[in-house]
Design a protein. Structure first.
Length: 132
């Protein structure tokens, strides 16, 4: 079955590298870590893990991405995979987008970029502790 998975989605590779490094420093080998640089790429990873019966427990997605905004993407994920905890990350998300994600995607948290490492890890820990 494998370890549970945390998936990070952001169109900036530097952001993804930073997120993984911070999560790995806190959780080491407790989780597997995946990255995607678009909602489309993330969707392929989600479907692949689902097909292999691997569990994605947490998805952290940027809001401002090409082709599909984070709130729209997270709503689609929540409709199909309600057990995945969802966090949205952005420097630019408008309040309406955050409210939409909270209402329709059961958004666990919104984190504004640039984030503080301890606040990020604390939010991740809370999300993982409440994951089904």
């Amino acid at each position: 079955m494998g370890r549970p998975v945390i998936l990070f989605v952001d169109d900036e590779k530097l952001v993804l590298d930073s997120l993984i490094a911070q999560a790995r420093s806190a959780y080491e080998d407790t989780y597997d870590y995946e990255t995607a640089q678009s909602a489309e790429e993330a969707w392929e990873i989600i479907e692949d893990y689902h097909d292999r019966q691997r569990r994605i427990v947490l998805l952290i997605s940027d809001w401002l991405m090409p082709l599909e905004k984070g709130d729209s993407f997270l709503i689609r994920v929540a409709q199909r995979y309600p057990d995945i905890r969802l966090i949205m990350l952005s420097a630019y998300a408008d309040e309406e987008a955050i409210r939409r994600a909270e209402r329709y995607a059961n958004l666990f948290a919104f984190i504004r970029k640039p984030w503080e490492r301890e606040a990020l890890l604390n939010t991740i820990q809370k999300a993982l502790a409440t994951a089904p």
